[in-house]
Design a protein around this ligand. Structure first.
Ligand code: AMP
Ligand code: ZN
Ligand code: FE
Ligand code: FE
Length: 274
């Protein structure tokens, strides 16, 4: 039997994961994965170090990223795979995301401050300078450290989760532009975790866009739900992907490799191995 397993959705310290690129590759080896695509939010910064580590550990790497986007006011995560990591347009897009997030984080911090939860607005500046993606999980972590909330979950539930009093959508980039950036960089655009989206009509409208695939296997999703998305992918002639959405300690209970794809699926997506 072919024991090839590839986890195509995981995060490192370059976004809101708690595992460095080197630790992630080592962990991939430990849990018996053959291949990986690292999909940090709006950043490909992990790859420089991950490529070196993967060569050492014998892990096959395919390029990846998870872009935040918006379509008709709905938040949409789009996975980019198999693009050219050196593509200038895609790298410029990642930098625009850093700027977008800087403004948005400041707005969230202002809203928290108005409710008596003070966070130094320069707190994340040095991280953003280094090209790290700073998002709500980082803000949640500080709220826990400062004792304003007891857990990251509570921070989202009470204050910064979608629609909560200190949430701010920022000024997002469109799903159309995101797909175009990925395509121009020679990559494939996949709709991430449709299982988590509530408005199914909106998903069907989204899938009219030039996506190349759908993330069907996801984290701890029920097989019946996964099958539903596989059927839709098949009907639309789209590729399928899958992965854990591993974030390390920030999201306990989701181990690397808990969701994966086999060799044929991996080969259908990735033409360039790193
Ligand atoms: P952002 O990219 O800044 O909008 O933050 C979104 C990220 O926060 C998601 O990709 C998840 O990693 C994380 N997240 C969203 N909701 C929760 C939650 N309830 N608890 C913990 N993490 C969450
Ligand atoms: Zn995340
Ligand atoms: Fe996501
Ligand atoms: Fe993710």
């Amino acid at each position: 039997m072919n024991s090839f397993r590839a986890d195509l959705h995981c995060h490192t310290t370059f976004s809101d994961g708690t595992t460095t690129p080197e630790e992630l590759i080592k962990l991939a080896k430990e849990v018996g994965l053959s291949a990986l695509s690292i999909t940090d939010h709006d950043s490909t910064g992990a790859y420089e170090r991950a490529i070196i580590a993967a060569k050492k550990e014998g892990i096959i790497l395919g390029s990846g990223v998870e872009f935040s986007s918006s379509n008709q006011e709905m938040s949409v995560h789009i996975l980019g795979y198999d693009f050219d990591l050196a593509d200038a347009g895609l790298n410029a897009f990642c930098h625009r995301h850093i700027e977008r997030r800087r403004n948005r984080n400041l707005r969230i911090i202002e809203k928290l401050s108005a409710r008596g939860m003070e966070i130094d607005p320069t707190y994340f500046e040095s991280e953003a300078e280094k090209g790290l993606t700073i998002g709500r999980p980082h803000i949640a972590q500080i709220l826990v450290e400062k004792g304003y909330v007891r857990s990251i979950q509570e921070a989202f539930k009470q204050w910064i989760g979608d629609g909560r009093p200190c949430f701010d959508p920022g000024t997002p980039f469109s799903a159309d532009e995101t797909i175009e950036v990925i395509h121009t960089a020679g990559g494939k655009a996949f709709l991430a975790h449709p299982h988590l989206m509530k408005d199914h009509n909106a998903i069907y409208r989204l899938l009219e866009k030039p996506f190349d695939g759908i993330e069907c296997y996801y984290s701890k999703c029920l097989p019946s739900k996964e099958k539903k998305w596989m059927k839709i992918a098949e009907k639309k002639g789209l590729l399928i992907s899958g992965g854990s959405d591993y974030h390390g300690a920030i999201k306990p209970g989701i181990p690397l490799g808990c969701s994966w794809v086999g060799q044929a699926t991996f080969e259908a997506i990735f033409q360039r191995k790193l």
